[in-house]
Design a protein around this ligand. Structure first.
Ligand SMILES: *Cc1c(COP(=O)(O)O)cnc(C)c1O
Length: 357
């Protein structure tokens, strides 16, 4: 079977050597030496001054929302993974969906201002598929209306925009290190805050809001473990190779697929891509479903990612329509992509798709 993704596993003996260090110290969690080492390495790789290695890519979004002065309306994208909307609801805020740009599939900045009210607190946007949101336009709007900008950068690891890590933009950027992501720690995530005033607060927020006997505010358990940090330390040095191997897979798809019947996102100028996903948009939902059937019959499992458009989630009431996102959601498939996917398989997948367009 060829799945949409396959978790990269590092050298087993290298991982075991980290496990031996953990066993020797008998320190398994609570900001241990490997978690600190991983944070240091991530800071160097991403070229950011402060970041916090946390339990997953969802809790870090909750932590960012928790730092708002009060709950309210959060302007957000309908074209993302459900976690982006869930965290807003979980933190007792109201998601206000703003449609996406038909080229980049990221939130359309031209539509944001019309949705701002006196209850708006933040903009939570996703760098979808590792493409970049219009960070400049979003920052200008946020400054003008005194809003916090949070980027769900779960897809953005390794992507660089105008010479800076895509995860360095916004008031807060988060990433997921889940096993299905480009860089993973089995489960894990990270939050980056640009303003130094949040650094100490995030450190405390992640660990129940206290240091020793001093209790500051309501915190949460956002920590991650030494066992997970060890996986990250094995995988991080391999990221450039993994991205190069993914790029090679993507290049084969791009060369072979029949673009007279397919579309792909327009990758923004100034972006060095990370090749995290390979989305293709079919002419209609019927055509997409027909191709998916053929692929599945051949033991090839693509993914409807993202479907449905999040404004159509069954548990939401009164969400604004988002015609562009709804339309793309119906027609998109993410094709199998991982660093070790044989190019012959890519060729076979492309041929099966082309034959059924
Ligand atoms: C994977 C993902 C998340 C959630 O990350 P977890 O680490 O699984 O909690 C959030 N947002 C987006 C866009 C994602 O793809």
């Amino acid at each position: 079977m060829i799945n949409v993704t396959k978790t990269y596993l590092p050298d087993f003996d290298q991982y075991v050597s980290y496990l031996r260090k953990i066993w020797d110290k008998a320190l398994l969690t609570n900001n241990g030496p490997l978690a600190q080492e991983l944070e240091q390495s991530l800071k160097e790789y991403l070229k950011v001054d402060h970041l916090y290695f946390c339990g997953n890519g969802t809790i870090v979004l909750q932590m960012a929302l928790k730092l708002l002065d009060e709950p309210g309306e959060i302007i957000t994208t309908p074209f993302s993974y459900v976690a982006t909307t869930n965290v807003i609801l979980w933190e007792n805020c109201t998601p206000v969906f703003v449609d996406i740009d038909p080229q980049t599939y990221c939130i359309d900045p031209n539509l944001i201002e019309a949705s701002i009210t006196e209850k708006t607190r933040a903009i939570l946007a996703t760098h979808v598929y590792g493409n970049a949101c219009d960070v400049e336009a979003i920052e200008n709007i946020a400054r003008k209306h005194n809003l916090t900008v949070i980027y769900d950068g779960a897809h953005a690891f390794g992507a660089v925009l105008n010479g800076r890590s895509l995860l360095s933009y916004g008031d807060f950027s988060t990433c997921s290190f889940h096993a299905t992501k480009l860089f993973h720690t089995v489960e894990g995530g990270v939050i980056i805050a640009n303003d130094a005033k949040w650094h100490e607060k995030l450190h405390l927020l992640r660990a129940f809001g206290h240091r020793g006997d001093d209790y500051y505010f309501v915190g949460i358990n956002g920590k991650n473990s030494e066992i997970h940090a060890a996986m990250g330390l094995c995988n991080l040095p391999l990221v450039p190779e993994l991205i190069a191997a993914r790029k090679a897979v993507c290049d084969v798809y791009t060369e072979l697929l029949d673009w007279s019947h397919l579309e792909s996102p327009h990758w923004v100028e100034g972006l060095v891509r990370n090749y995290a996903y390979y989305p293709v948009i079919f002419e209609s939902e019927d055509k997409m479903l027909a191709v998916r059937d053929v692929l599945v019959k051949n033991d090839i499992i693509p993914r409807r990612y993202f479907y449905p458009s999040l404004n159509k989630l069954p548990f939401l009431k009164d969400a604004a329509p988002c015609p562009v996102s709804e339309n793309i959601s119906l027609r998109v498939l993410c094709l199998p992509l991982h660093a070790e996917l044989p190019h012959e398989d890519v060729g076979r997948i492309a041929e099966l798709i082309n034959q059924n367009l």
